[in-house]
Design a protein around this ligand. Structure first.
Ligand SMILES: Nc1ncnc2c1ncn2[C@@H]1O[C@H](COP(=O)(O)OP(=O)(O)O)[C@@H](O)[C@H]1O
Ligand SMILES: CC(=O)N[C@@H](CCC(=O)OP(=O)(O)O)C(=O)O
Length: 260
């Protein structure tokens, strides 16, 4: 039976995906992996909000989302970025379908911290039937990180957290964060090949892992399970798998160093 890999493509990399990245994706598909993509788009949302002179700020790494901000976030995520990626995949020879996390009940959420963040969601459940059907039929689902509450309100969701919830929900064997760096770097800017949750905590404490890397490693650690034994941080501007060998940083459960 084929295994599932979830890729989270960050907003920092969605416009810079290289030919070798798509070659790696082809290798995965031809090795019988079922592929699903969840994307971000933070920089594009910020750019559009600035152009429209709508104020935007972050609280604990998440965008404070008013109704005006949500309207633009949904427009950019489910419109601009989702169509950009879906079209690009189609152009590169993949069958892809773009959906929003609000479609088909895919992502259900509750308010994360209504007082401080406004319309921001924390995913509570993932309805996988539609995306599973798509993958079974050879399509790559491309998901925008928006969710619905039980009372049908749309909420903005941090893409790292949305991707982690989806990886868990679909029972993915592999979960890759595709970003603008080739992996987690140590204090000497060398890419770390394998890292455990304990080492991650140490590097956050030493402020070697900072900023946008923190939600990634925290989501990675939270996603590690008996099914998903390996989460990776990889680059979108180069090959992330060659001859079955994955390149980047592998985040593995304590003491386990696994082969690709
Ligand atoms: N130890 C680290 N190793 C690599 N990148 C790091 C590290 N600490 C912080 N970062 C930062 O994390 C960034 C990736 O996070 P982010 O910009 O949020 O990406 P994305 O748009 O893919 O979600 C890198 O560009 C880098 O500046
Ligand atoms: C609540 C929240 O912060 N939502 C994010 C959703 C996009 C995202 O996470 O994009 P990246 O992966 O490019 O950062 C935002 O509005 O920017």
């Amino acid at each position: 039976m084929s295994k599932t890999v979830v890729l989270k493509c960050g907003g920092s990399t969605v416009h810079q995906l290289s030919e070798t990245f798509f070659q790696s994706l082809k290798d995965l598909v031809s090795s019988n992996w079922r592929v699903m993509i969840v994307h971000g788009g933070g920089p594009d949302i910020t750019k559009m909000l600035k152009a429209l002179e709508i104020e935007t700020e972050f609280y604990n790494g998440q965008r404070k989302t008013t109704e005006d901000v949500l309207e633009i976030a949904e427009m950019v995520l489910a419109g601009k970025i989702n169509k950009h990626l879906t079209n690009l995949l189609q152009q590169k020879g993949f069958n892809s379908i773009g959906v929003s996390g609000t479609d088909g009940g895919l992502l259900q959420a509750e308010y994360l911290d209504k007082e401080n963040l406004g319309l921001v969601g924390k995913v509570t459940s993932v309805q996988t039937s539609v995306v599973s059907l798509l993958m079974e039929n050879g399509y790559i689902p491309v998901v925008a990180p928006l969710a619905r509450t039980v009372t049908n309100e749309t909420l903005n969701v941090n893409a790292d957290l949305a991707a982690a919830a989806i990886a868990n929900g679909v029972g993915a064997e592999k979960f890759l964060f595709v970003t603008d760096v080739p992996g987690i770097m140590d204090q000497n800017k060398q890419v770390i090949e394998t890292i455990t949750p304990q080492e991650i905590t140490e590097l956050i404490g030493k402020e070697v892992i900072t900023g946008g890397m923190i939600p990634k490693v925290e989501s990675a650690v939270a996603t590690l399970s008996d099914i998903c034994q390996e989460v990776m941080i990889v680059s979108g501007s180069e090959a992330f798998v060659e001859n079955g060998i994955f390149k980047g940083t592998k985040i593995v459960k304590e003491g386990k160093v696994l082969r690709s």
